[in-house]
Design a protein. Structure first.
Length: 463
């Protein structure tokens, strides 16, 4: 299946799974009939024999491949990304006139490898669904390595279907009830793809992920393809992308991913929004001016003793401020984003959360693992700026260091994506945004709930 077939298949499946054209009209910023009327005005220049066919294609796709079907602002509380925008009527008319319809159609959907590979993943999961899916995995007690369990045959079939276990190994283990080393390795592969602790133990979190059907995963992929179609196609070759669903950050340089870190992002109550903002400076040893809401709810009620113990004070304007230093909730570096609703990237003294699978536990900002080392990576192109930053780290003086260039930061929500090994990776819908988007598209999904793998820290009040 080529890319055109993948793109068109995914788009039309999304349409047929969703509601009819009347629902489409409610989710677009402009009524589809206005688009069609605009197209009709230009289609009159085409040969009369092809006008009906071209109009039918236009009505079917609605521009879905180019811009998505749903307005992102209707399904996310705060969505400020750069949208893709295409003049569909004009482009389609010109393409038909120039006999370049296939080339024009190819360029409607995103052409990046992430979208293309995810489209291929969608096609694969649809094939699994059409073949009957995989056996249901029954929830129950934890399956420990080296034990036996009557759920093992269903587990084997599932791991073979998704490629975590080879077909040859699956055939060899058919009917086996023992949870041996070969199967444990396949489970660790499954756990890694789902952002779970890869310990080989089949506990509550792994069992919930195993409970998803092939149809549910195919539809989850379709939702993420829709999100990708919202976004502009031309990207800054140097950028930082944070996947808030996976709590992973990737740094792109010259159009290639060159560095990745774990991050901690907003909790379900304080979600990190979808934003695209530039930054051009880092602050070494930053103090923290605590937002009034956090101060009122979580700090001031604990009294002056708490403030003193955490190196905090109330300034002349009534704001709670935490001094720079080892206790600072911003750690030793802050990455300042422009006009970002007080959302920024920063270091943290609470390092333990980076070891958790579920890392949605901040007040909305993004805490970066090994943040000081990452700041040094960004400043490396200019030795003088790097030296300025290193000097500030040695002296523990608060210092702002400009990067000498603007670097784009994109905060995204991907619950299905293709990993570095070319496999479809999934994350559970911690912010319930898949659920909301599916409702807008008229698609029924039944995705597993997130299982937190660590207790909350009452003293962790950082942003």
């Amino acid at each position: 299946m080529n890319r055109r077939e993948l793109g068109f298949g995914v788009a039309t499946t999304t349409l047929t799974l969703g509601a009819a054209s009347s629902a489409l009209a409610q989710t677009r910023s402009v009524d589809p009939q206005i688009f069609i009327a605009g197209f009709d005005a230009q289609a009159g220049r085409l040969p009369e024999a092809v006008q009906a066919d071209v109009r039918a294609v236009y009505q079917l796709t609605g521009g879905v491949l180019a811009e998505g079907r749903v307005r992102p602002e209707t399904v996310e509380d705060l969505w400020e990304m750069q949208k893709n925008s295409v003049d569909i009527p004009r482009g389609l008319t010109q393409a038909v006139s120039a006999n370049q319809l296939s080339q024009w159609f190819d360029n409607l959907a995103p052409t990046d490898i992430g979208y293309t590979n995810l489209s291929a993943g969608y096609a694969r999961y649809r094939r699994i669904t059409r073949a009957g899916g995989w056996p249901a995995f029954r929830q129950g007690g934890t399956i420990e390595p080296g034990t036996s369990d009557n759920r093992i045959p269903a587990l084997v079939a599932r791991l073979v279907a998704e490629g975590d276990l080879s077909a040859a190994a699956g055939e060899r283990l058919k009917g086996n009830l023992a949870y041996g080393p070969e199967l444990q390795q396949a489970v660790r592969s499954f756990q890694t793809r789902h952002g779970l602790g890869a310990d080989g133990r089949i506990g509550p979190g792994t069992q919930r992920s195993l409970g998803a059907t092939a149809e549910d995963r195919a539809r989850q992929i379709a939702l993420n393809l829709e999100r990708r179609r919202w976004l502009k196609r031309d990207l800054n070759p140097e950028r930082i992308e944070v996947n808030t669903a996976a709590a992973i950050m990737v740094y792109w340089k010259d159009g290639k991913p060159v560095h990745s870190n774990r991050v901690v992002v907003g909790s379900t109550e304080n979600q990190t929004p979808s934003l695209e903002k530039p930054f051009a400076s880092v602050v070494a040893n930053p103090p923290w001016t605590v937002p009034m809401g956090i101060a009122r709810r979580e700090i001031l009620p604990k009294g002056p003793g708490y403030l003193a113990a955490h190196d905090m004070y109330i300034n002349k304007d009534g704001w709670v401020v935490q001094r720079a230093g080892p206790q600072s909730s911003l750690g030793y570096v802050k990455f300042e984003l422009r006009d970002s609703y007080a959302i920024f990237l920063h270091d943290t003294p609470s390092k333990g959360a980076f070891n958790l699978s579920v890392r949605q536990r901040s007040h909305g900002c993004v805490r970066v693992q090994n943040a000081v080392e990452f700041a040094r990576l960004l400043l490396q192109p200019d030795p003088a700026k790097l030296a300025q930053f290193d000097t500030a780290q040695d002296s523990r003086e608060t210092t702002r260091v400009t990067t000498g260039r603007e670097i784009a930061v994109r905060l995204l929500y991907w619950t299905a994506f293709v990993d570095g090994q070319g496999r479809v990776a999934f994350r559970e819908d911690v912010y319930r945004r898949d659920e909301k988007l599916a409702q807008a598209l008229g698609i029924a999904v039944n995705l597993p709930r997130v299982v937190a793998d660590g207790p909350s820290d009452a003293n962790d009040v950082g942003p």
